[in-house]
Design a protein around this ligand. Structure first.
Ligand code: NAI
Length: 284
C-alpha cells in the first residue's frame, strides 16, 4: 500500500501544516474544512509558510508554485472519494471526530487508510467506530508540522501490520522521522513532557528557585532549547492542566497530580502568552 494522494480534514494549525508537508513532498492533497473562510485561511497560512522556506533558501519559488498546485481546498467530503489516505486534523473533541470519521467511512473505499492527528483521544476507541478498524491508525505530527521532524505513529489494538507499514513509509517519504507507539493516554512524547512541566511548577511553588533559574537550569543542564516554564507559557497553562487531568483520571496514579500552583494560575486567567501573562509577562 503506497500512499500517493492525501485527504486532510481541518485546515487549522495542524491541518494546513500537514497539507503543506505532503504537497512539498510531491503528494496530491485535498484539504477540507467546514466553510470557505476556514479553507482560505488554511491556504493563506500555507502560502506564508512556504514564503518563509523560500527566505531560508530551503525551497524555490517554482517549488512553492508546484506545492500550491497540488493542494485543492474544499468544503465537501465528497472530494475525498478515491484518495488512498485520509488524515483527520479537526478540532480536538470526541464527538466532532466521531461525526467526521463516520462521514469519511461512508465516502472512501474500504482499503483507504484513515488516520487521526489527535493528541489525547484513544485511537482504539476511534478505530472501533470504523467499518474496517484494521485500516485506522494515529499519526501525530508536532507543531509546526513543516519544521518538527517527529511523527508518533500510534497503533490502536485493531491496527493492521499493513496499515502500520504504509504509514511508517509515508512519514519517511514526507521527510519525517516516525516512532511507533502503542495506544495510551498522551502516547509517548507528551506523557513525558507534561509531567516534567508539572514538576517545574512544583519546584517553583516550593520556592526552590526563580522561574528564570529553573528554565536556565533545564536549558543549560539538559540541553533543552526552551525551559519548562517558558514552554508552559507557550503551550498555554490551561492546556497543560487539562492534559495532566487526563493522565490523573486515566491512570489513577498520584504521580500525575496537577500542581496546585498550576491550578491557581489557570483559575486566575494567567494562561501564558495568549493572555499576556503566565509564569512570565508578555507585551500584548
Ligand atoms: P485548530 O483549531 O487550529 O483547527 C481545527 C480545524 O478543524 C478548524 O479549522 C475547524 O474549522 C476544523 N473543523 C472543525 N470541525 C470540522 C469538520 N466537521 N470538518 C472539517 N473541519 C472541521 O486545531 P489544531 O491545533 O490544528 O488541532 C487539530 C488536531 O491536531 C487536534 O486533534 C489536536 O489535538 C491535534 N494536535 C494539535 C497540536 C497543536 O500544537 N495545536 C499538536 C499535535 C496535534
Amino acid at each position: 500500500m503506497k500512499i500517493e494522494s492525501v485527504g486532510v480534514i481541518g485546515a487549522g494549525t495542524m491541518g494546513n501544516g500537514i497539507a503543506q508537508v505532503c504537497a512539498v513532498a510531491g503528494l496530491d492533497v485535498v484539504m477540507v474544512d467546514i466553510n470557505e473562510a476556514a479553507v482560505q485561511r488554511g491556504l493563506d497560512q500555507i502560502s506564508k509558510s512556504l514564503d518563509r522556506l523560500i527566505k531560508k533558501e530551503t525551497l524555490t519559488a517554482d517549488g512553492k508554485a508546484a506545492a500550491l498546485k497540488r493542494i485543492k481546498g474544499s468544503t465537501s467530503y465528497a472530494d475525498l472519494k478515491g484518495l488512498g489516505f485520509v488524515i483527520e486534523a479537526a478540532t480536538e473533541n470526541q464527538a466532532v471526530k466521531e461525526k467526521i470519521l463516520k462521514q469519511v467511512d461512508e465516502i472512501v473505499s474500504k482499503d483507504t487508510i484513515i488516520a487521526t492527528n489527535t493528541s489525547s483521544l484513544s485511537i482504539t476507541k476511534l478505530a472501533a467506530l470504523d467499518s474496517n478498524p484494521g485500516r485506522f491508525i494515529g499519526m501525530h505530527f508536532f507543531n509546526p508540522p513543516p519544521l518538527m521532524a517527529l511523527v508518533e505513529v500510534i497503533r490502536g489494538l485493531q491496527t493492521s501490520d499493513a496499515t502500520h507499514a504504509a504509514i511508517i513509509d509515508m512519514a519517511k517519504r514526507v521527510g519525517k522521522e516516525p516512532i511507533t507507539v502503542k495506544n495510551s493516554p498522551g502516547f509517548v512524547v507528551n506523557r513525558i513532557l507534561l509531567p516534567m512541566i508539572n514538576e517545574a511548577f512544583f519546584v517553583l511553588s516550593e520556592g526552590l528557585a526563580s522561574p528564570e533559574d529553573i528554565d536556565a537550569g533545564m536549558k543549560l543542564g539538559c540541553n533543552q532549547p526552551i525551559g519548562p516554564l517558558a514552554l508552559a507559557d507557550l503551550i498555554g497553562l490551561d492546556t497543560c492542566l487539562a492534559v495532566m487531568e487526563v493522565y490523573f483520571e486515566n491512570f489513577s496514579d498520584s504521580k500525575y497530580r496537577p500542581c496546585p500552583l498550576l491550578r491557581e494560575m489557570v483559575a486566575a486567567g494567567y494562561l501564558g502568552r495568549k493572555t499576556g501573562r503566565g509564569v512570565y509577562t508578555y507585551d500584548q
